[in-house]
Every structure is written in structure tokens, then in C-alpha cells.
Design a protein around this ligand. Structure first.
Ligand code: P71
Length: 894
């Protein structure tokens, strides 16, 4: 095949829209209030809104376009941008903008058609717009064609033209969302139209999907790109019109375009009467920008292949389960009458109501009443993950299995249009479907690099075999860190945009402080620009030179600041933490014996505080148990030793307690977190993790006003104001909202379980990973992966490089290179020689991670041919950031 289907999205998630999960009781109430017509529900009342119109994800370029330009009037630059994009992609040079597709139809019909006329067409959906105007649509579809069901029956078309002398021939790409035409047929229709002196008018709203069908199924077309096919299709018509809320993924907008200046003149003389000026047509400037960018993107080959594959997979899942469906270009169209043969009158509404009742999914019945019994379950373009789509299909399938219990609806109030109908019904005891997936849909997306193996081989050499030195533009899936890489939510962006800046106290700070108090139960809230700044201040306030700071393992920045303040770090983590093969569940725990020994040796007054990290990063994202938290706090409390958390990943730890401690299974993560924080006196946080933001940190104390006073004094000097910590109010506002979102049970479960799945795929192949899987990353055990490489040839560093070359995935070495050299100049050779595959929050889908697993499996299969590395440049401090290496052949010895 010329264009193999991509295995994952050619983009990652940039921003997300959170979705609500109304309970079944709420759903029943909503259904009753909406009179069993889902038109009356709002998006916040539904889990997944399965409509493709205007609900697609934008790219970050489209989003940026929203802020560009004129907010149009005469001679808008935005229109010039749009006109140029349309000409580039479709070919037509004369563009008349309209507020949406209805505006385009209105101008078209005013220019060329009159009441009483009839129009041959391959689409019936437009009847809704023509019938009220007294214009009849005559079906000219070829009923015998099996694949290109949108083809015209040329004989019938000729007869219709002879018989009724139509004003033009109307064609629709992927007619009614179900029927694609072939290019050959469209060209024949053009010839026929020319012969009769008629214009061929083509609705290209779904031209991309139609082009994909042609590429797949039409003889001789497999080698053509989507972009070429789209242009060939569009140029076959005299006039094209389009709905901007379809293929270009805008939320509104439309236009007519032609190469014929005389036709164009008709349109632009009318557009000023009905729509707006001829240079904006009733669209906001931003809409034209979004549309223009959408045009340039909509033919992207890989993206189209991805989207169509998602659609095919969705339909196949339903069809394989026996659900009666018809093909849809943007989803599956369920045959409601076959699904619910006992619901004679309004089967599509009955089906939609039952699906909403059982699952919260909305499929919408639209248009004029009385035509068909199809319920379209459409996929909003690029907005959903495969995991979500599989589950939506499963929700439909689960309903299909209990279809005989679905009650029929009784008409309470009729009408011509579906949105007018009201029904009466009873609720049946249908079994509910529970979603277990990402609790958000994609709002905007960011394209990711597409590289060849040769390019990657060159890139890793240029980067000196150090993944820190790769350019992001060379990385396809970036698992370097979960720090600051989160996809923010639309609620966070709204708060960000609305925040009022000030060097004094902002509302954003008050929100932030309130959110922290609510999440942790601590009184004093000091913002910092990120985690290490909070660590510096904490260390200076609490450590007297010469004191020890016992901690459960260490994080690099934490330890550095303890030492800079004159403290001496003592590792008191349980032994299991140093053994990657141990499956002890709470490897983050503090060993009370080790702690007690250190306290006895130095005396309690010589202990500055216990530095207690939650979900311990360097140990592999390993959690601390609630019992350990209680015991350590009781032990320290009895001796006057403060306990200070590194709560950077505390929420993830809370989730692992919920999952693995039976006593907390029914407790919300939010409440678990509150109890955890009870067993400490304060915390530092790198907000770039749990808090779902790209920058920010926190220092917080439970109740010690004197610590807070001293910390504030340093905050003013090192960071910024005491109420901003050097952060703009906007970032504080986003952080406040992130803190509210982080304790959502569905979110944190989806996040942590993603790591569990990735680890399971690797383990199924026998690949050694740190047990048990931690919360924020999967750690490969490089010692067991490449046992033939001595640790002084840096197996983890080499493995990270090989993974990049194999798959474009970037990981991080956490082993001998990171640990550095001891005072004697020798490498430390730590027990853990790991490669960290860190998962950014809300950014990658299961399809991305499946590709990551497959890449690593390929490296695993050729592991015997992989050698070590040697330094060619080695910085003294934190050598892992800037160090450069060259590869050694497999089997060589140092
Ligand atoms: C991570 C990071 C970022 C990082 C920092 C230094 C070297 C390599 C990567 C940062 C943490 C962390 C914990 C538990 C404090 C910080 C510093 N982690 N505590 O894992 O994991 O926070 O970056 O906001 O200053 O990639 P900061």
C-alpha cells in the first residue's frame, strides 16, 4: 500500500477539555427534563458528545490564529489569508466568504435557483434546506454501485436534466456523510453538465474523507496524495461550497469559491445584503484565520490516514459485535429500526435516549422529521483517543445486548424538525456502562516530529549519545520528563487569561492559597517559581550547619540545597528500594530502624528534619504507605523532629494507596491526600508535576508561623513578592485550577494506569523493568537489559540512545552517569542503573505508548549487538546534562 496506516497520532495533546461524568441518576433526571430528546442536553451533561460538526480539535497553529488580525471589516487581512489558503488547497481563485454553510447555500440558491425548480443531486440531506424554499431535490444516486455509493447514475442524471431543466447539478463529497463518489464518476458528471450548459456545484465539506476513499478504492489512485486528490476533486466543479466546521475543523464559517468571475460577482453582490462584506461574509477575523490554517492542515497525509483509520476501527468494532450500522465518513450510523424493531415510531430517538441513560454518550438525531431511522454516532475530528472510541463502541454494544428492554417513546409534542419533538417514556432497568478512560477530550494538538532512522542515527551522534542534547524537533515521543510537560486544561487557560497582574496581592494568589489549603490542609502558602527554589528556602530556614537530614533516597536538587545549607543527607529508605527486582509494594517507605539508628547516633537535636519524598522519583516512582507516614510522624513527633514532605508527586502516591491498601479503596484521592499531609509539618512541591502546570512551585507549612516568617524574608530576596514567588498572576491562577484538577479520581487513575499498561506490555516480552511499576514513569533495568556491558560503559546511557535511534522516543538515563563520581574519582556505580520512560500528564495516548513499547521490544531483540559508551567530554558537576559520549562495539572491554 502506498500509504501505510500510522500506528499512532502524528501529534500530541496540547490542551484538553475536561469532561463531566454525570451519574446515572443525574442522567435520568436530565433525560426527563429534556423530554427524551437529546437536543435539549448541554455538553456538560454528556460524557462524550458524538457529533463531528464543529467539535473537532484544533492545532496549536489554529488556536494561535484566533489571536491574529483584524476582527474583520473592509479589506480584512484575515480574508486575504483565507482566500490564499483556499486557492492553494482547492484551486479556485474567487472566494466569497459566508457565516457558515447555510449562508453559502442561501447565496447559491438566490443566484441560480427559484421556487418550483428541482435539482438533481447525490445527497438527500440538503432537502432540509431546499424543501422549505420550494426547491425539490431529485435523487440521482447510482443504487447499484457497491463501493462508491455516492456516484451518480449517469443515465438517470441525463434523464432528470432533460425532464426538469434544473438550474445546476448539485453534488456532495461523501454525500450525507455516507456516500463517497469516485473521481471518474465526478468527471463524467462534469462532462454531462458541460454538455447541457449546466454548472456543477460541489459541496466539499467532507472532501478529505472522499479523497481517502478514492485513494483506497479507485483503480490507479493509490499513489496519489490526499492533497492531490482534494485538488482534483475540487477543480472538477464549477463552483464549490464548504462548511468550515467540517474538514477544516473550525467551529463555524463557510464560503463559495469559483474560477468564474461572473458567478463570483453574483455572490459578492448578495453577500453584503445577507452575510456581511465580501471580505468577511459574516465571519469573525479569527474564524477566517482558523479556517485558513485548517485548510493548509486538512490534507496532511498522515493525519488523514490516522483519522480515517480511527473511524474504520470504530465501525469495525461495532460491526464485529453484530450491531446494525451503515458506513459513515466520520463514524458509524446505527440503523435504529433494526436495532430496536419494537420501537416502531421513533427508534433513533429511543436508541439515543437509552444510550445516554446507560452511558452518558450523546448521539444526535437532526434535521427534518420523517426521513430515516439512522442514528449517527460521529467522531469529533481528532478530539478523541482510540481508548475512548473503543469504549464508546463498547457502550453501544452493551446496549445492543439488552436491546429488548429498551422502551419505545411516545410522542408528546410533534413538529417538523427533530429538535422540536418531545416524548414521554419510562425508564427501564438497563445496565449502565462505566467508562475507564482519559476524563478529557483533546482541545488542541501539537504536531510531532516525523523522522527517518537515518536522521535519528545522525542526530544521536550530533548529540554525543546524550538524550538531553537532542533537539525536541528531532523527537517523536518525548518521555524525557514529566516536569512542566503537562497539557493544560481549557479551564486553566481561562483562569490564566483572566488573571489580573499585580506586584501586590492578586486574586490569583488568593485562589492559589485557597486551593493549597483545601488540598493539603496547611495554613501558610508561599509560591515559588519552581520546586528547587522552595527547597533552597526550606533548607536555609530549617537546617543548622552540621545537622543531619534523614530522607527516603534523595532527589538531586533537594540534596544539593540541603548540603548548601550545611546539612548532611542520610539515606533511610527501606532496602527494597535499591533492588529493582523486589516487588515490595511501598518501596518509598522509610526504614524506622535506619531512622532510629541515625537519630540515636546524632541525637534528636542534631536532626534538622526528616525529608520525606512521596512517590519517590529516584527509586522508580515508588509510593509510601499510609502506615509508614503515620509511624514516622509519631516517631518524630515524640522527639521534636519536624517532618517535611517533598510532595511533588503526592497525589500519585495517594492514588497508589487507594489502589493497593484495601482500607482506602473507597476513599477519594482528595481525602487520602489530606490524611497523608496530616502526618507532616510542611512541604515543598515542584508544581510542574502534580499541579498540572508548566511552571511553578510551592513551599507550605502546616502551622509554624515562625518558619513562614523566615521563609517569606528569603522569598522577597530570592524569588519575588511573598504573594507571587516570582510568578505572574496568570501562572498562579493556572496552578490554582491545576490543584483542583489533580485530585480528580478519574484523572489520576487514567494517568497512573497508563504507566502500568506500558510496563505490562514490556514485561510480556520479558524486558526487565523496575518492580512494581511506579506512578509517573516506567524504569527499564539496564543492568539486566544489557548484562554484557560493564556499568562503567554506561549501559543505561547507551540504552536510552538506542531507544531513540530505534523509535524516535526520548528517555532519560538514571544511573551511573547521573550519580557521578565519588570523592576518589571513581564512578559511583549505583545499584540502580535505569532508563526512565517518563509520562507527561494528559499528553500521550495509549497508541503512542504502544509504539513506545514496540520500539523498545525491537531494541530488546537486538540487545546482544549493542555495546557500551565512553565519555569524550565529561563536565565535573551534573555531568548527565552536558556530557558527550562515543559508542563502543559490543564485546569490547574497557
Ligand atoms: C524530573 C525533574 C526535573 C529534573 C530536575 C533536575 C534534574 C533532572 C530533571 C524535579 C524534582 C523532583 C522532585 C521529587 C524536586 C524537583 C525539582 N524533577 N523534587 O523528574 O522530581 O523541582 O524542577 O521544579 O525545580 O525530571 P523543579
Amino acid at each position: 500500500m502506498a500509504f501505510p496506516p500510522p500506528v499512532h497520532e502524528p501529534h500530541k495533546v496540547k490542551t484538553i477539555r475536561p469532561i463531566a461524568f454525570p451519574s446515572i441518576e443525574q442522567r435520568k433526571r436530565n433525560l426527563a427534563a429534556a423530554h427524551f430528546n437529546l437536543f435539549g442536553l448541554t455538553p456538560r451533561q454528556v460524557v462524550f458528545d458524538m457529533v463531528s460538526y464543529g467539535a473537532g480539535a484544533m492545532t496549536q497553529e489554529q488556536l494561535a490564529g484566533e489571536l491574529v488580525g483584524d476582527e474583520a471589516y473592509a479589506g480584512a487581512r484575515n480574508f486575504e489569508t483565507l482566500n490564499a489558503a483556499i486557492t492553494r488547497v482547492l484551486g479556485q481563485t474567487c472566494v466569497c466568504p459566508t457565516h457558515n454553510t447555510l449562508g453559502a447555500v442561501k447565496l447559491l440558491l438566490r443566484a441560480f435557483a427559484r421556487s418550483g425548480q428541482s435539482l438533481p443531486s447525490n445527497a438527500r440531506g440538503r432537502v432540509d434546506l431546499h424543501a422549505p424554499r420550494g426547491i425539490e431535490i431529485r435523487d440521482a444516486r447510482d443504487r447499484t454501485e457497491p463501493v462508491f455509493t455516492g456516484n451518480f447514475d449517469l443515465g438517470r442524471l441525463a434523464a432528470l436534466i432533460e425532464e426538469s431543466r434544473p438550474p445546476f447539478v448539485g453534488a456532495q463529497a461523501f454525500a450525507d456523510g455516507q456516500h463517497p463518489f469516485s473521481l471518474a464518476n465526478l468527471r463524467a458528471v462534469r462532462e454531462l453538465s458541460d454538455r447541457h450548459g449546466l454548472r456543477l456545484v460541489l459541496d466539499v465539506s467532507r472532501v478529505v474523507e472522499n479523497a481517502w476513499y478514492i485513494q483506497r478504492h479507485e483503480a490507479g489512485m493509490a499513489g496519489r496524495t490526499i492533497a492531490e486528490l482534494v485538488r482534483l476533486i475540487a477543480k472538477t466543479a464549477h463552483i464549490v461550497l464548504m462548511d468550515g466546521a467540517q474538514d477544516p475543523r473550525a467551529n463555524t464559517g463557510g464560503f463559495l469559491a469559483t474560477d468564474n468571475p461572473a458567478d463570483h460577482e453574483h455572490f459578492i453582490n448578495d453577500v453584503v445584503v445577507f452575510e456581511g462584506l465580501h471580505t468577511y461574509g459574516g465571519m469573525a477575523g479569527r474564524t477566517m484565520e482558523v479556517l485558513a490554517r485548517g485548510f493548509d492542515e486538512m490534507c496532511d497525509e498522515t493525519t488523514v490516514q490516522w483519522a480515517m483509520q480511527q473511524t474504520e476501527r470504530f465501525s469495525a468494532r461495532l460491526r464485529d459485535a453484530g450491531v446494525p450500522i451503515e458506513r459513515g465518513c466520520d463514524g458509524a450510523y446505527v440503523k435504529a429500526d433494526a436495532f430496536l424493531p419494537h420501537a416502531v415510531h421513533y427508534p433513533a430517538h429511543a436508541l439515543a435516549s437509552a444510550l445516554y441513560q446507560t452511558s452518558g454518550v450523546r448521539a444526535l438525531v437532526q434535521g427534518l422529521v420523517g426521513r430515516d431511522q439512522l442514528l449517527p454516532v460521529q467522531i469529533p475530528r481528532l478530539a478523541m483517543t482510540s481508548t475512548q472510541l473503543d469504549q464508546v463502541a463498547d457502550a453501544v454494544i452493551a446496549l445492543y445486548h439488552q436491546r429488548q428492554h429498551v422502551p419505545a417513546l411516545e410522542l408528546e409534542r410533534g413538529g417538523e424538525w427533530h429538535d422540536q419533538l418531545r416524548f414521554r417514556s419510562v425508564f427501564a432497568d438497563l445496565e449502565a456502562f462505566a467508562f475507564d478512560c482519559e476524563p478529557w477530550v483533546i482541545h488542541t494538538l501539537e504536531p510531532i516530529a516525523r523522522t527517518t532512522r537515518e536522521q535519528r542515527e545522525r542526530a544521536i551522534v550530533e548529540a554525543g549519545w546524550n538524550t538531553f542534547l537532542l533537539r525536541s524537533a528531532e523527537v517523536t515521543i518525548d518521555l524525557l520528563t514529566d516536569s512542566g510537560t503537562t497539557a493544560m486544561s481549557t479551564d486553566q487557560w481561562a483562569a490564566y487569561d483572566a488573571a489580573l497582574p499585580t506586584p501586590a496581592t492578586s486574586e490569583a494568589y488568593l485562589e492559589f492559597a485557597a486551593a493549597v489549603r483545601d488540598a493539603y490542609g496547611y495554613e501558610f502558602v508561599l509560591p515559588t517559581h519552581q520546586g528547587r527554589a522552595a527547597e533552597q528556602i526550606l533548607s536555609e530556614v530549617l537546617i543548622r550547619p552540621g545537622q543531619i537530614v534523614p530522607g527516603n533516597m534523595y532527589f538531586t536538587t533537594t540534596k544539593v540545597h540541603q548540603e548548601l545549607a550545611g546539612g548532611v543527607f542520610v539515606d533511610v529508605i527501606v532496602d527494597e528500594a535499591h533492588d529493582p527486582a523486589s516487588d515490595f509494594r511501598f518501596k518509598g517507605n522509610i526504614d524506622l530502624g535506619k531512622l532510629d539508628a541515625a537519630v540515636r547516633e546524632h541525637g534528636a537535636s542534631q536532626v534538622a528534619y526528616v525529608s520525606f519524598e512521596l512517590s519517590v522519583n529516584m527509586a522508580g516512582g515508588q509510593p509510601v504507605s499510609m502506615d509508614n507516614l503515620r509511624e514516622v510522624y509519631a516517631y518524630c513527633g515524640a522527639r521534636g523532629i519536624p517532618v517535611l514532605f517533598d510532595a511533588t508527586r503526592a497525589v500519585e502516591n495517594a492514588y497508589l494507596i487507594q489502589k493497593h491498601d484495601a482500607r482506602f479503596r473507597a476513599t477519594r484521592v482528595k481525602d487520602i491526600l489530606r490524611e497523608m499531609m496530616l502526618y507532616g509539618d510542611g512541604a515543598t512541591v515542584s508544581g510542574k508535576k502534580d499541579f498540572l502546570i508548566n511552571i511553578g512551585g510551592l513551599l507550605t507549612f502546616k502551622d509554624n508561623a515562625e518558619w513562614a516568617r523566615q521563609a517569606e524574608a528569603r522569598l522577597r530576596i530570592y524569588e519575588g513578592g511573598v504573594h507571587d514567588g516570582g510568578l505572574p498572576a496568570a501562572d498562579l491562577a493556572a496552578m490554582a485550577q491545576g490543584i483542583r484538577e489533580m485530585v480528580d479520581d478519574r484523572y489520576i487513575r487514567a494517568r497512573v494506569e497508563q504507566a502500568v499498561r506500558l510496563a505490562a506490555w514490556l514485561e510480556a516480552e520479558g524486558i526487565p523493568v523496575v518492580e512494581p511499576t511506579g506512578s509517573h514513569a516506567v524504569f527499564l533495568d539496564a543492568r539486566r537489559f544489557l548484562p554484557h556491558i560493564d556499568q562503567d560503559e554506561y549501559p543505561a546511557q547507551r540504552l536510552a540512545g538506542e531507544i531513540y535511534v530505534e523509535s524516535g522516543v526520548r528517555a532519560m538515563e538514571r544511573g551511573n552517569v547521573s550519580k557521578g563520581r565519588g570523592p576518589d574519582g571513581h564512578n559511583c556505580r549505583p545499584a540502580l542503573e535505569l532508563v526512565r520512560l517518563t509520562l507527561p500528564r494528559r499528553v500521550y495516548t495509549d497508541d503512542h505508548l504502544r509504539a513506545v513499547a514496540d520500539g523498545i521490544i525491537r531494541v530488546w531483540r537486538r540487545r546482544h549487538d549493542i555495546g557500551g559508551l565512553r565519555f569524550v567530554y565529561e563536565p565535573k558537576e551534573l555531568r548527565f546534562f552536558q556530557g558527550r559520549f562515543e559508542p563502543l562495539a559490543a564485546g569490547s572491554t574497557p
